[in-house]
Design a protein around this ligand. Sequence first.
Ligand code: PLP
Length: 443
Amino acid sequence: MNHVFPRHSKSLPPMGHAGDGVYLVDTNGKSYIDGSGGAAVSCLGHSDPDVINAIKDQLDAMAFAHTSFLSSQPAEKLADKLIEHAPKGLDRVYFVSGGSEAVEAALKLARQYFVETGQPERSKIIARRQSYHGNTLGALAVGGNEWRRAPFAPLLMDVSHISPCYAYRGQHEGESEAEFGLRMANELETEILRLGTDNVMAFVAEPVVGATLGAVPAADGYFARVREICDQHGVLLILDEVMCGMGRTGTLFASEHDKISPDICTIAKGLGAGYQPVGAMLCSAKIYDAIEQGSGFFQHGHTYVGHPTACAAGLAVLEKLTSGLVDGVSAKGKMLQDMLRSVLGQHANVGDIRGRGLFVGVEFVKDRDTKACLDPEMKFNAKLKKAAFAHGLICYPMGGTIDGVQGDHVLLAPPFISTQDHLGEIVQKLTLAVGSVTVDLGL
Ligand code: PLP
């Protein structure tokens, strides 16, 4: 009776039974507060009646139609609403079923744009170390998450990786935030010049780095300079907002904070909020027009692109996000960071508490002064995940924060519907878990 191929064959999860607001309940009746929305997915919790009804209504009307034959009302409406709220210049939406698919579509569209506009020599991609853009081969190649890449390295296309804008470890003593941001952004220009301006196709980055670094926003000014460099060298800017977008950082699109528009943007996770697998790739009118006036055909596609039921869910989610819910995210995020600081801020093994909106990371260290990492052999992050789960908390710890091997952090991304009490419960359970793991490890 056990034919599901699980994530980890040696540690099987309990069986989920129900979703109830910010809680998930297993078949033994144990409930877990969802402190990370799974992996920054469940922004509306697990039992939103409006989204559930929108899905049911769409299933009654038309469950699926292949987009080579019919478009659908939910896809059209969702695209309109996304563009209404998207950064200036973005004009078209290509719907897919998740984040990796959105990134693959972005990469192929960038390439096709240059083929169609007579610049076929542009094929090089620059991205950043310690980033994650998905697990399909193209997205994995672009990502800079070393342990995820390692076994598949021989299969991955050649991508340049520059430094992430990671202030806790990258900012020099005496360097201002603006100077740091500028120094990091200028690495992009150095790499473009090294590869040859006419050969570079795109720069890909997460506006706020999620799972790999643990909620690290860029320094103010970083993305403005990146935009400037891309414009100067004719390079497309692809912002991956699969994790940090859709209100997670306090604005519907994370790049709003940086006051720039990408040429291509990817979203997923919070768009379907877990109710349906849906993602999207948004592109500028300039890119779309090049295809329309060229071949007229984006040479891409999957069976489920623009799935009507998935889009109906996305539309119902987006209606909620844009009717005031996202407006509360920054204040709730501050509350969460304040609570974390008050109980864990002085903990001997907590090096940094950071994030933006309800996207918060805690980085753990052996020594706060030297920022020395915990021994990876201790498997602090795996132990923390287990201990938190035992205490009834779902959170997202990860190791290899610094280089794929060294470093431990935990990512918190609670639902936007979380109350002060819920945030307090998350912090209290996390603190208990940190306490039990540090005692077990003799720290
Ligand atoms: N891009 C980013 C920034 C992500 O965080 C993720 C997933 O965590 C992906 C892409 C891949 O998304 P998916 O797992 O839906 O394929």
